[in-house]
Design a protein around this ligand. Structure first.
Ligand SMILES: *[C@@H]1O[C@H](CO)[C@@H](O)[C@H](O)[C@H]1NC(C)=O
Ligand SMILES: *[C@@H]1O[C@H](CO)[C@@H](O)[C@H](O)[C@H]1NC(C)=O
Ligand SMILES: *[C@@H]1O[C@H](CO)[C@@H](O)[C@H](O)[C@H]1NC(C)=O
Ligand SMILES: *[C@@H]1O[C@H](CO)[C@@H](O)[C@H](O)[C@H]1NC(C)=O
Ligand SMILES: *[C@@H]1O[C@H](CO)[C@@H](O)[C@H](O)[C@H]1NC(C)=O
Ligand SMILES: *[C@@H]1O[C@H](CO)[C@@H](O)[C@H](O)[C@H]1NC(C)=O
Length: 481
């Protein structure tokens, strides 16, 4: 049975719109924070904007995820909009092995011994070092500043883990769409694809379009079973990468499945270029093309044509595509994440019989074997993340807001209910993947506006606590003298 392996948290589109600007800085950080056997360093990139900062203002620190930090800086307008209100210093810090932050330059991805320093623990320590540099610069000259960590998706996991592991470094964390429970033993492997299916099934009142999608895969396999059928499919779908053998057929099915997942993740109420160039509510837009099943459902070729037309929303929303391309864009970011999934980030994924996707089981041994072939490494322990960060036991954590949009397939591995008075969960029923971190938009649903207000109020409380505790500790110091 085939195993869905390529799960990308984020694969951004190539064209970054640079609306927000920053000073680009680099700091030397240790390649290995933990062994004490090497003092080799590399240049870690971080972006700073001090326009809104005034003395004693907090540091808003974005914990970069698996991609070029510019992409996250341009897709987190909420932080930019919030900074003036708090007089905050804005910092977007890149994650090692992504973007411009390569520990071994262009050799970083060439060998396991170079790649081995790519882990969330090393990255968190990088963040701690950068925060330390900032606190010891002009910004901290009147005493340490409160630091609020922000992140979306894997970046959101990192922001929550930063608070959990280094509570003295960050005062609180906003963790948007952070699937910190999408790990072995914490969440059933089928949750992700069942949410995607549900989002498609309920996108249109007239017709459940997940049925058409479920029928697409066997139709493709039947039609592409002969060379003539493949040629027909290549021209019917105007594919950029023509299929010529059964391996290509599998690749096409994977890529289209991935496109459907991406549309669910970027199912925002306005047009956006986050994962692809997409219309407002792309899932609804696609499903509204499929509302007359009687016209195409009984015939494989008609079904393929109808779905091809509907999928143009994904490949040709710009109306300028010469051919339809379902392949992924950011090749480097993807292989970095693949390596992380082969070491720490083991996220069991499978489909359920009722899902609109082809059957796919979770087979840890096969995944580990594939990792060995691909990278020369395999996970040390499928529960490594649980051991590192505590899994479902968040009893000892504090000052974290976990927000999740219920349209987002990653919400299945997220924290959806309140843990304690200081580890809270915010649910955004109409939200897709970290919609709340994006800049405000007239089309925003009320639930995301409320979530942003909750973030802002939480940050205010954390900062107030920070200064109250600081005054208390100064007071103690004076008394002791
Ligand atoms: C910081 O952001 C503000 C508001 O977007 C902008 O006016 C300013 O030019 C930015 N600073 C830098 C150094 O880019
Ligand atoms: C790094 O280690 C080498 C060998 O032990 C030493 O010669 C060098 O001075 C060290 N560099 C720094 C920056 O500490
Ligand atoms: C890395 O960059 C150097 C200098 O630009 C170049 O000579 C070398 O071929 C590159 N190596 C790889 C593996 O890309
Ligand atoms: C792909 O196949 C179609 C239909 O057979 C053909 O017209 C087209 O030239 C092929 N494209 C490439 C790049 O081979
Ligand atoms: C993309 O849309 C334009 C405008 O409708 C159309 O002319 C073009 O053929 C489409 N491209 C593909 C690959 O379908
Ligand atoms: C968690 O608690 C906050 C109040 O602190 C509340 O606004 C929010 O709705 C609660 N979340 C859930 C999922 O019940």
């Amino acid at each position: 049975m085939y195993i869905l392996l390529v799960i990308l948290i984020l694969a951004y589109s190539k064209n970054i719109e640079c609306k927000y600007t920053f000073d680009t800085k680099y700091a030397d950080v240790l390649i290995d924070h933990f062994s004490y056997t090497s003092n080799k360093t590399f240049k870690l990139r971080y972006l700073v904007n001090e326009t809104f900062w005034t003395a004693n203002g907090p540091i808003f620190f974005y914990t970069g995820n698996e991609g070029d930090i510019e992409l996250f800086a341009q897709n987190s307008g909420f932080i930019m909009e919030l900074a003036p209100k708090f007089n905050a210093l804005i910092v977007f810090c890149e994650h090692r092995y992504y973007g411009d932050s390569m520990p071994f330059g262009n050799l970083s991805y060439t060998k396991p011994e170079y790649l081995g320093y790519l882990s969330s623990e090393q990255a968190l320590h990088d963040f701690v070092d950068i925060i330390d540099i900032l606190q010891n610069s002009k910004y901290g000259s009147d005493g340490p500043l409160p630091v609020i960590a922000f992140g979306g998706s894997y970046g959101g996991m990192l922001s929550s883990w930063l608070r959990i592991k280094y509570p003295a470094t960050v005062q609180g964390a906003i963790a948007a769409s952070a699937p910190i429970w999408q790990f072995t033993g914490l969440t059933p492997c089928g949750v992700f694809y069942s949410i995607v299916t549900h989002v498609y099934a309920s996108a249109n009142e007239k017709f459940d379009c997940s049925i058409s999608i479920k029928n697409l895969w066997p139709a493709i396999r039947r039609v592409a079973n002969t060379p003539d059928g493949m040629t027909w499919l290549n021209s019917a779908w105007k594919l950029c990468n023509n299929i010529t053998n059964t391996k290509d057929v599998q690749k096409l099915i994977d890529a289209v499945s991935n496109a459907l997942v991406n549309m669910a993740m970027a199912n925002y109420p306005y047009a956006n270029t986050f994962l692809a160039d997409l219309p407002p509510y792309p899932v609804k837009a696609m499903c509204s093309e499929l509302i007359e099943p009687e016209k195409y459902m009984k015939d494989d070729k008609k079904l393929i044509l109808a779905l091809g037309k509907a999928l143009n929303i994904y490949t040709n929303y710009s109306r300028t595509a010469k051919c339809n391309d379902f392949s992924d864009t950011d090749a480097l970011g993807i292989s970095g994440w693949d390596f992380q999934s082969c070491t720490e980030m083991v996220m069991p994924m499978c489909t359920n019989p009722d899902d609109m996707f082809e059957p796919s089981a979770w087979d840890y041994d096969k995944v580990a074997q594939d990792c060995l072939v691909k990278f020369g490494v395999k996970p040390s322990n499928p529960r490594e993340v649980v051991l590192q960060y505590g899994g479902k036991n968040l009893k000892y954590a504090s000052n974290i807001v976990f927000s999740n949009g219920l349209l987002d397939p990653w919400s299945g591995g997220g924290v959806l209910s309140n843990i304690s008075s200081t580890v809270t969960a915010i649910v955004i029923p109409e939200g897709a993947h970290h919609l709340d971190l994006r800049e405000s938009n007239p089309a925003d649903p009320a639930s995301v506006i409320r979530a942003r207000k909750f973030h802002s109020d939480s940050i205010q409380n954390w900062i107030t606590d920070f200064y109250r505790d600081k005054i208390n500790s100064n007071f103690n110091r004076v008394l002791l003298v």
